[in-house]
Design a protein around this ligand. Structure first.
Ligand SMILES: [Fe+2]
Length: 146
C-alpha cells in the first residue's frame, strides 16, 4: 500500500516515509561532484553521481560532506612516474581506520577499500586534475585537490 502511494506520487518509499525529497542539481553528472553515503552500522559504502535517498540496515544514509584535511587526516600525495602515490598517517585499528581512498576526476572514479592492520599506501594512475579522498570510519570524509 505504501509502495503504491509512493509510486503514485513519483517518490521513493524512503522519501515518502522521511518527507525528505531529493531533486538532483548535478544533472550533467560531473564525477567530481560524486557523493558518498556510508552506513554507520555495517560500513556499507554507496556512491552516487547525484543526490539520492539510500538506505542500509533499515536507516536512511546521510550524505558524507568532504572536509579539508586536518592534522590527523592528512592525505599525502606524491607523483611517481604516471601515478599518484597516496599515503595517510592514521590509525588502522579495528575501531578506527581509513576505510577507503578514492580518486575522482571529471570523467572517472576509482576507489580502493582498506582494512584494519593494512598500510595506507595506494597508487592511482594519474588521469588529470581531480580530487583524492580518504574516509575515516570515525571522523568522516577528507579531501585534497590534485
Ligand atoms: Fe580518524
Amino acid at each position: 500500500m505504501i509502495a503504491d502511494l509512493a509510486k503514485a506520487l513519483g517518490v521513493s518509499i524512503a522519501e515518502l516515509l522521511t518527507g525528505d525529497f531529493r531533486e538532483n542539481t548535478n544533472q550533467s553528472a560531473n564525477m567530481k561532484k560524486m557523493l558518498f553515503y556510508v552506513c554507520p552500522i555495517c560500513g556499507n559504502i554507496v556512491t552516487s553521481v547525484g543526490a539520492g535517498t539510500f538506505s542500509c540496515c533499515g536507516i536512511t544514509l546521510l550524505q558524507q560532506e568532504a572536509e579539508q584535511c586536518d592534522a590527523n587526516h592528512d592525505i599525502k600525495v606524491e607523483v611517481i612516474d604516471h601515478e599518484y602515490f597516496v599515503t595517510v598517517q592514521h590509525a588502522m585499528s579495528k575501531d578506527h581506520y581509513i576505510s577507503f581512498v578514492a580518486y575522482i576526476t571529471s570523467g572517472s572514479f576509482e576507489m580502493v577499500k582498506l582494512y584494519p592492520e593494512q598500510d595506507i599506501a595506494v597508487r592511482f594512475y594519474k588521469q588529470g586534475h581531480g580530487i583524492l579522498l580518504a574516509y575515516c570510519n570515525k571522523h568522516g570524509l577528507f579531501q585534497v585537490r590534485v
